[in-house]
Design a protein around this ligand. Structure first.
Ligand code: GLV
Ligand code: MN
Ligand code: MN
Length: 424
């Protein structure tokens, strides 16, 4: 085993929180109008953010390309071309009116790590890759982690026609509209034999680290999610002229479905299950007309793979029953279904050792949200490193993590990469 040329503690010490803050501020400018940050998957704004990443990496002398799925990958060659690569990165898209840290923190960390390594001439045996994944948020098309799912072979060409946004535009159409290549996504696939390990830095999106005063979270398990689209069809008629016993009110049905999901996830058998209805559209949306149609989403998250699917099945059956009881019908489609993932214990061990070497405190914890590392773990053993979220807030304009915390997490990722580089 060849030891790394530079002492492992030297390079992580030079990670600069000021440069990280500058990257975050630059990305925060790329947003639609309104509160917080809105940079949806496969939009021109997301592509502009990828162009910022590309310019930074090209300026450092890295080889950069954007694959047909829209993932941007920057590579620093290592001394031994035959060895598997080590990667780090996250995503640059956001939810509507989200924050400037979810995903972006991990990309800013990758930009800073690349700068430290390239400018200081840190030598490494393996190829080091820095990645901005495309379309991680499920907010636009229902399914999360699209770019990383495509490189892992978990989403194929047919899915790109099936997944549509609220305007009825398919993912394939949206990709083509921003110059990407849905017909060539197979070329974006990663080969496991080309990889050694992947480490993602991400904000926690919960308040465990803040409440425990820990610098770093080492994730052992990532929740799965099953997402449903429910379309209830009732009858739109006059709100004054239609007596209560003659109504087929789609919103009354939807309201019962919403509260049923909430109740189920709160009972003692479902401790840890999360059920959310985050989108609900009412037609015709008039104060004087009984709602004739309601379309809503359901997001079921769990670290227990069996319970996740049981809840999805049970809710679908109950929704159907509630709809019939009101003389309406419910059409239920599964939009996306991702299993929980147990991450590599070996790489998590390297992350913990790195925290200890750098004098940073850590806690081992599960992730409630989905992450690109969850998909990449299919290709190469992956680790997920959390940094604290202020008051646990995320997917909201109030989302905040200090640049100092992100710099701490970046040091841990760099130290971990140096250790992984030295592995046989
Ligand atoms: C990704 O942000 C998710 O929704 O878990
Ligand atoms: Mn994210
Ligand atoms: Mn997110």
């Amino acid at each position: 085993m060849t030891p790394p040329t530079v002492h492992s503690a030297a390079a992580p010490d030079t990670v600069d929180s000021g440069r990280i803050a500058a990257h975050l501020a630059r990305f925060a400018q790329l947003t639609e109008a309104g509160e917080g940050c809105t940079r949806l998957a496969y939009t021109p704004l997301e592509r502009e953010a990828h162009a910022v990443f590309t310019r930074h990496m090209t300026g450092l002398g890295l080889l950069v390309h954007t694959d047909p799925a829209g993932n941007t990958i920057a590579e620093l060659p290592g001394d031994d071309d035959t060895l598997g690569a080590i990667g780090t990165g996250s995503h640059l898209d956001t939810v509507p009116h989200g924050g400037g840290f979810d995903g972006i923190a991990g990309v800013a960390a990758a930009m800073e790590i690349a700068e430290v390594v390239a400018r200081r001439g840190v030598t490494h045996r393996r190829k080091w890759r820095f990645i901005a994944f495309a379309a991680e948020e499920g907010a636009r098309f229902g399914q999360a982690c699209n770019g990383s799912r495509m490189v892992a072979g978990l989403t194929g060409r047919a899915d790109l026609d099936r997944l549509v946004d609220r305007d009825g535009r398919s993912m394939a159409e949206a990709m083509s509209a921003v110059g990407l290549h849905p017909d060539r996504i197979d070329d974006a696939r990663w080969r496991p034999e080309d990889w050694h390990a992947f480490v993602e830095l991400h904000i926690e999106q919960g308040e465990v680290l803040q409440s425990r005063g820990a610098d770093i979270g080492v994730v052992d398990l990532i929740s799965g999610s099953t997402r449903l689209r429910v379309a209830v069809h009732g009858r739109a008629t006059h709100s004054g002229g239609t007596p209560m016993h003659l109504r087929h009110d789609a919103l009354v049905v939807a309201a019962q479905c919403v509260t049923l999901g909430d109740r189920l996830a709160r009972d003692e058998k479902h401790h840890g299950t999360r059920v959310t209805v985050g989108r609900l559209e009412v037609e015709p949306g008039s104060i004087t007309t009984i709602p004739g149609a309601v379309d809503f989403s359901v997001d079921i998250r769990d670290v227990d793979t069996v319970r996740q699917r049981d809840v999805a099945r049970r809710l679908a059956a109950e929704f159907d029953r509630i709809a019939r009881a009101h003389g309406t019908s419910a059409q239920i489609d599964v939009l996306a279904d991702t299993s929980p993932v147990l991450l590599s214990a070996a790489i998590a061990g390297q992350v913990r050792d790195s925290c200890a070497a750098l004098g940073l405190s850590y806690r081992v914890l599960p992730s409630g949200a989905s992450h690109d590392a969850q998909q990449i773990n299919r290709i190469a053993p992956a680790a997920l490193v959390f940094v604290p979220s202020r008051n646990g807030l995320s997917h909201a304009p109030q989302e905040f993590t200090s640049a100092a915390h992100i710099a701490g997490g970046s040091r841990v990722v760099l130290e971990t990469m140096i250790r992984l580089d030295a592995e046989g």
